[in-house]
Write a protein that binds this ligand. Structure first.
Ligand code: COA
Length: 259
């Protein structure tokens, strides 16, 4: 049972909602612990084929790490906080199933970092992004200095990290931080529609795309290409590849089994 999250599953899609709207869904230690559990559940539950991560209420996705906890930390507990948060977010990134961040408002600090650990980000028109940690005299601890430059390039990342400036959804789209911007009232249905498109494809193919992009990003070009070729070889032994290619040649829809 979760106390800080809402977690439900329908039609193979898990919806995870950070549920502290009175604190703009700030990430305290309990939220981080439960996010790690939710990611593990998504990974191991075969009924779940993809996930949407969002925040409760109309204002915030997640407005950052809980500043009331940060103010009390020392070097040892601060490092532990960063490692715990990083591990929970990495778990979503490596869960093997597509995870879409439905960014419904402020995604600041740890909120922006959580969104970046998801595979795809769809923002509502009222969403706002930023890494304001430097304004608090601290730095990002949940991967902000690592994933942001990988997503938007070093110069733009450093501008956001060093100024602590907040940007709106359109600017986030322009710099490649989000995939799409949609009206707030269609955010979840747009995320579900994209997930359904993904889930209609071969499940093993989807999984290997996630693996290849996530692991390959940290390899040399030659190692990443070799990794991709190996996954391509593995997929070549699957029933799904035979079914997908046969369905194309026979001009019919494929019926994938994930085998
Ligand atoms: N940690 C803890 N509490 C937070 C929080 C955070 N990161 N972000 C918001 N809250 C709390 C506020 O303290 C307030 O609680 P209160 O009602 O008990 O006083 C409540 O959430 C509502 O926030 P409030 O600041 O009143 O809303 P706002 O609309 O005026 O401003 C923000 C919204 C997002 C601009 C502002 O809350 C903010 O700057 N938050 C911190 C963002 C940040 O620096 N994140 C990185 C942390 S490392």
């Amino acid at each position: 049972m979760y106390t800080t999250l809402l977690f439900d599953v329908a039609d193979g899609i898990a919806r995870v909602t950070v549920n502290r709207p009175d604190k703009l869904n700030a990430l305290n230690a309990e939220v981080i612990r439960e996010l790690g559990e939710a990611a593990a559940e998504i990974e191991r539950n075969a009924e779940i084929r993809g996930a949407i991560l969002t925040g409760a209420g109309p204002k915030a996705f997640v407005a950052g790490a809980d500043i009331s906890e940060i103010t009390k930390q020392d070097p040892v507990s601060g490092r532990a906080r960063a490692l715990n948060g990083q591990a929970a977010m990495r778990r979503f990134e490596r869960c093997g199933k597509p995870v879409i961040a439905a960014v419904n408002g402020f995604a600041l600090g740890g909120g922006c970092e959580l969104a970046m650990a998801c595979h795809i980000r769809i923002a509502s028109e009222n969403a706002k992004f930023g890494q304001p940690e430097a304004k608090l005299g601290i730095g990002p601890g949940y991967g902000g200095t690592v994933r942001l430059p990988r997503l938007v390039g070093r110069g733009r990342a450093l501008e956001l990290l060093l100024t602590g400036a907040m940007i709106d959804a359109q600017e986030a789209y322009r710099i490649g931080l989000v995939n799409r911007v949609v009206p707030a009232d269609t955010l979840i249905t747009e995320c579900e529609a994209m997930l359904k498109t993904i889930l209609a494809n071969g499940p093993l193919a989807v999984r290997t795309c996630l693996e290849s992009v996530t692991a390959g990003a940290d390899m040399s070009l030659d190692d990443a290409l070799a990794f991709e070729a190996n996954l391509f070889g593995v997929l070549s032994g699957t029933e799904d590849m035979r079914e997908g290619t046969a369905a194309f040649l026979e001009k019919r829809a494929a019926a994938f089994k994930g085998k």
